[in-house]
Design a protein around this ligand. Structure first.
Ligand code: FRU
Length: 472
C-alpha cells in the first residue's frame, strides 16, 4: 500500500475518534439503513455477496459531511439488515484517481473480488469540464479477503471511449454472461445526449467498445450509474438520467432514476422501452443491483439527492454526517411492472405485532413497519403529526406531503398517480421512511426528522385493516 493510502487511513482513524469523543447525541442515525459514521455518503458501489457475506461499498467523503473528495466507504452484513463499517477501502492515491474514486461495481469469481470504478481527474485550468479538463479512467482493483485491495490497474482512459462522447463517461457495471464479461458505462455525448456504452472482454482487463443503448428521442443530457439484469425473464436497464424537465407529478426531483425494459438482446438489437421512475419520493438516486447467492436480485439506492442544498437540508450535518442508503430491496416483475420490496429478512426480524381494523392512532417504535390493506376508499396515514401519506381514490393520486417544514427540513410535496391502492407498507427507521404500494409496484422514499417523542402514527381509512410490527 502506498504512503498516501496510509495517510488517508490515519486521517480517518482520527476523524472517527473525534466523533466518538464528541458529546453529540446523533439522534437521527438509523438502525437498519446504511449511514456513514462520519462524512458524506452517496451512491452504493460494488454490491456483492462474497464468501457468504454481503458487501456494500459506497461513495464517501469521510472528512466533509457536505460532500468533497470521494472515497469508497465499506460495510458488511450477514443479514442485509445490520451493517458493520469496515473503513475506507479505496482511497484517491493514484494520479488517475486523485480527484475521486468514483462509482463502480464488483464481480466475484473463484473467491476473488474484482471491483471496477471510475478514476476521476479534474485538470486545473480554464476548462468547461465537459469536453475538456476532465479524465475518467476505468480502474480495476482486486481483493482476496473482501477487505484489502491490491494494486490498482488503469484499464481504460478517455482515449478508449467512442469519439462522439464527452469526457463524462463513468460508473462501470460489470457482469459475466455466456463466458464473456460485459461492462456498461454512463455517458454524455458531444450533442448532450445521455447514453449507455457497452464494452466486452474475455479476461476482465482488455475491453472493447461494442455498442450503446440509447433512447430514440434524447432523454436528458447525461445517464449516470447504468445497470442491466434479468428479472423474472425480463431484461431491465437501470439508468439515472440528468436533465429531465418535470412532467406533471413525474421527474419532480433534481435528477431521476428509473428503468426501461429492453426488447431484444442488449448486445445487438435492443430497443429501449418506456422509462419508469423507480421511486417517487424526495430521496432516491443512483441505485445498483446485485445477485445474491440464493438467486435474488437485490437493489440498493442512494436515499438522497445531489445538489439540493438550496431546497432542503439534512439535519445530521450538525452531527458530522449526511445521507443513507435505502434498505436492500428484492426485485420482481408483476403484471409487466418492476416491483421492489424490502428484503424478506426484514419481515422475519420484526418480533412484535399489533393488529388493527379500521383506524389506528398510537405511539410507534422509532424503527417499525406499518402494513395496511385496503378494500377501497381513501387511506390516510400521518406520521409524527406532520408527514401525510395519503391515497385519494377519486384523483387516483398518492401524496407524500410534509405538513410542517421542520419535520421535512424543507421537503414539501411529491405525488404519484396510481390506479388503485390495495396495500401500503411503510417502513420507518428513525429518520428514514420508505413506502411500498401495491406489492412494491410504486415506492416513495424520504428522510424526515421527528423529535424523540414524536414517533406517532395516525391511520385512517374506510375499509382498512393492518398491523404495526417492530423488534423488541
Ligand atoms: C452519481 C455520481 C456518479 C459518480 C459519483 C461521484 O451520484 O455523480 O455518476 O460516479 O456520483 O460521487
Amino acid at each position: 500500500m502506498n504512503a498516501l493510502y496510509n495517510a488517508w487511513k490515519k486521517l480517518l482513524r482520527e476523524e472517527l475518534k473525534r466523533k466518538e469523543d464528541s458529546s453529540g447525541e446523533d439522534m437521527w442515525r438509523p438502525t437498519l439503513h446504511i449511514a456513514p459514521p462520519v462524512g458524506w455518503l452517496n451512491d452504493p458501489n460494488g454490491l456483492c455477496q462474497y464468501k457468504g457475506v454481503y458487501h456494500a461499498f459506497y461513495q464517501m467523503s469521510p472528512f466533509h459531511p457536505e460532500g468533497g473528495l470521494k472515497f469508497w466507504g465499506h460495510c458488511t452484513s450477514k443479514d442485509l439488515l445490520h451493517w458493520k463499517f469496515e473503513g475506507i477501502s479505496l482511497c484517491p492515491d493514484q494520479p488517475y484517481d486523485c480527484h475521486g474514486v468514483y462509482s463502480g461495481s464488483a464481480i466475484v469469481e473463484d473467491d476473488t473480488m474484482y471491483v471496477f470504478y471510475t478514476g476521476n481527474v479534474k485538470q486545473q485550468g480554464n476548462y468547461d469540464y465537459v469536453n475538456e479538463g476532465r479524465q475518467s479512467g476505468t480502474v480495476l482493483a482486486v481483493s482476496t479477503d473482501g477487505i484489502h485491495f491490491g494494486s490498482k490497474e488503469l484499464l481504460m482512459t478517455n482515449a478508449d471511449y467512442p469519439e462522439d462522447v464527452t469526457k463524462h463517461v463513468r460508473d462501470p457495471k460489470v457482469w459475466k454472461q455466456d463466458n464473456i464479461y460485459y461492462m456498461l458505462q454512463g455517458a454524455r455525448t458531444k450533442e448532450n445526449k445521455g447514453v449507455v456504452l457497452v464494452f466486452s472482454s474475455e479476461d476482465k482487463r482488455n475491453w472493447t467498445y461494442t455498442g450503446r443503448l440509447q433512447s430514440r428521442q434524447p432523454f436528458g443530457y447525461m445517464w449516470e450509474c447504468p445497470d442491466l439484469c434479468e428479472v423474472d425473464g425480463n431484461t431491465v436497464l437501470f439508468i439515472s438520467p440528468q436533465g429531465l424537465e418535470p412532467d406533471g407529478f413525474r421527474y419532480a426531483n433534481k435528477y431521476q432514476s428509473g428503468t426501461c425494459f429492453l426488447k431484444g438482446d442488449f448486445r445487438t438489437n435492443a430497443e429501449i422501452g418506456e422509462f419508469r421512475e423507480l421511486d417517487g419520493g424526495f430521496d432516491f438516486y443512483a441505485p445498483q443491483t446485485f445477485s445474491a447467492d440464493d438467486g435474488r436480485r437485490i437493489l440498493i439506492g442512494w436515499m438522497g439527492m445531489a445538489e439540493v442544498q438550496d431546497q432542503y437540508t439534512n439535519k445530521t450535518i450538525a452531527d458530522g454526517w449526511q445521507n443513507v442508503l435505502t434498505l436492500p430491496r428484492e426485485l420482481s416483475v408483476q403484471d409487466g411492472i418492476l416491483c421492489q420490496n424490502p428484503v424478506r429478512e426484514l419481515y422475519a426480524w420484526w418480533n412484535r405485532e399489533i393488529c388493527f381494523t379500521g383506524g389506528y392512532h398510537a405511539d410507534i417504535a422509532s424503527c417499525c413497519e406499518l402494513d395496511i390493506h385496503s378494500d377501497g376508499g381513501d387511506v390516510k396515514v400521518i406520521l409524527a403529526d406532520g408527514l401525510e401519506l395519503c391515497y385519494e381514490e377519486d384523483k387516483k393520486l398518492f401524496r407524500m406531503e410534509f405538513l410542517n417544514t421542520s419535520l421535512g427540513a424543507g421537503r414539501t410535496f411529491r405525488g404519484r398517480k396510481i390506479p388503485y391502492l390495495k396495500d401500503m407498507r411503510i417502513v420507518v427507521d428513525i429518520s428514514c421512511v420508505e413506502v411500498f404500494l401495491n406489492g412494491g409496484a410504486d415506492v416513495l422514499s424520504t428522510r424526515f426528522y421527528p423529535e424523540k417523542d414524536q414517533y406517532t402514527a395516525n391511520v385512517k381509512g374506510s375499509k382498512i385493516c393492518g398491523s404495526c410490527r417492530y423488534h423488541e
